[in-house]
Structures are given as C-alpha cells and as structure tokens.
Design a protein. Structure first.
Length: 265
C-alpha cells in the first residue's frame, strides 16, 4: 500500500475569500462624464486665454452660438449680450494703449488705428490664434466652427470672451488680456494712409483755393445695390470723378483721381 499522499493543486483563491465565491471581475474603467469632459475643455481654453474664471458659466455663455440654444427666446444665454459689453471694453482699452503709445499722433490718426485694431477681422484673428473656435458650441454637428461661421461672428465671440473676463475679473483682467493679444499688432501696424479728401482740401487751401465741392453725377443700379458716380470740383481745375457703391467711397475715389492728376504728394 502506498502511503504517499496524492498531488494537490494549489488554488488561486485570495486569502480570506470563500472557495465557493464567484471569481472577481476585472476592473472596468469608468467613462468620463459629460461634466468632467466639459470642465477639461474649459480648462484648456482658459490656459490658452491666460485667465481662469471664477464663474465658468460666463465663459460657456461667451462661446455659445445662438443656434445651440433650445429656444430662440433665450438669446441672452448666447454670446450676443457679452459681445455688446466686450466691444466697448476692447475699444476703451485699445484707445488707452494708442493714446499712450503714440503721444504725437492726432485724433484722426488715432481713430484710424483704433478702427483697424478693433475691426471684426482683427478680433477673429485673435480668436483663431487662441484656439477659441474649438470651444464654440453650435447647434449642428459635422462641421468645424471655422468652416461654418462668418468672420464677423468669430470676431463677435472674441469680444464676448473679453466681456466675460471683464465681468469676472474686472477691468485689470480684461486689460491684461487685451494687452497680451493686441500690443504687438498695435506696434507693427503701419501708419494709416491719410484720407484723400483731407489731403485734397489741405492742398487746395494751401494754394489759396476754395474747398473742394462734391456733386452726384449719376446713380445707377437697383435701389438695394446702387452705384454712385461723384465729381469733385475745385475752381480753376478740371473736375475729377470716382465711382463707388456709396457716396463716401465715390468721393474718396474722385479726390484720389484729382490728387494723382495734379501730382499732389
């Protein structure tokens, strides 16, 4: 008779566990909730913007397009009201920057520089450089904001972000944001060309002549899309003409034509 005991296979059951208990299931990674994903996306935008919001809802509203609202009656939950505020905050800050940077510039030059720096194309360029388009909430999926939104709307959303920063952190926070993103643009902007009407008037006065007079020669095209032909008269000189989609544009072209013809510098 063999007294040796048979081989017994050891069990992998953890200490303290019942041998009859079902095997443990492998750990399953939980999916990130929508709230955590949104929070991470907002944090990424804040990092690019260079400002952390005390009230994150302001940033959400600034980046929400009207098309993303469940009802059009709640337009206040979109970027539009914040854009109104941000537009004026941006204008004030850039005006202050220009006033301090160009102490010898007259009001006309400062106004032209301001207009160029706060126009929608410039604001849209800032928005794109900061990656704001990645955070814009639209009502339909399948296309990026860059492909679907007009430049003017992208510029408006950039101004809405400025408005949100102003409400959340006050003027100093908004000023820091604008200075970071507009100062280089301000300093590299070429000196704006002078208005040809102003140049022609100063030239005429310098020669002892009366101020130029502009008159409408012809208006053509449909009522909603007219074309104007304007002539400018200076006593002693042949008139010059310009054609434009509005009277002011046509007057400028007429003045430019006379300036070129008379060799005015």
């Amino acid at each position: 008779m063999n007294d040796e005991s048979p081989d017994i296979k050891t069990s992998s059951i953890p200490d303290g566990a019942s041998p009859d208990a079902p095997p443990a299931k492998p750990a399953v990674k939980k999916r990130r909730s929508k709230a955590s994903v949104a929070k991470a996306e907002a944090a990424a935008i804040e990092a690019r913007v260079g400002y952390t919001f005390g009230d994150p809802a302001l940033l959400t509203t600034a980046l929400t397009h009207v098309s993303a609202l469940k009802t059009a009656r709640r337009r206040g939950d979109s970027y539009q009201r914040l854009e109104f505020l941000g537009d004026h905050v941006l204008g004030l800050i850039v005006s202050d920057m220009l006033y301090r940077t160009y102490p010898k510039a007259n009001e006309g030059e400062l106004s032209k520089r301001l207009a160029d720096l706060v126009r929608k194309e410039t604001c849209a360029d800032v928005a794109k450089s900061l990656g704001l388009l990645e955070g814009i909430k639209l009502g339909q999926v399948g296309a990026t904001a860059d492909a679907r939104l007009r430049t003017s709307v992208i510029g408006d959303i950039c101004e809405a972000v400025i408005g949100a920063i102003f409400l959340d952190g006050g003027y100093p926070a908004a000023e820091q944001f604008v200075q970071r993103n507009w100062e280089e643009r301000m300093r590299t902007l070429k000196r704006p060309s002078r208005d040809p009407k102003t140049v022609l008037q100063e030239w005429a006065q310098g020669r002892g002549l009366p101020s130029p007079v502009y008159r409408e020669v012809e208006r053509t095209g449909p009522h909603h899309d007219p074309v104007f032909r304007i002539a400018v008269d200076v006593p002693g000189l042949a008139p010059a003409e310009g054609v434009g989609s509005n009277k002011r544009a046509a007057e400028k072209l007429a003045a430019s034509a006379m300036i070129a013809r008379e060799g005015v510098k």
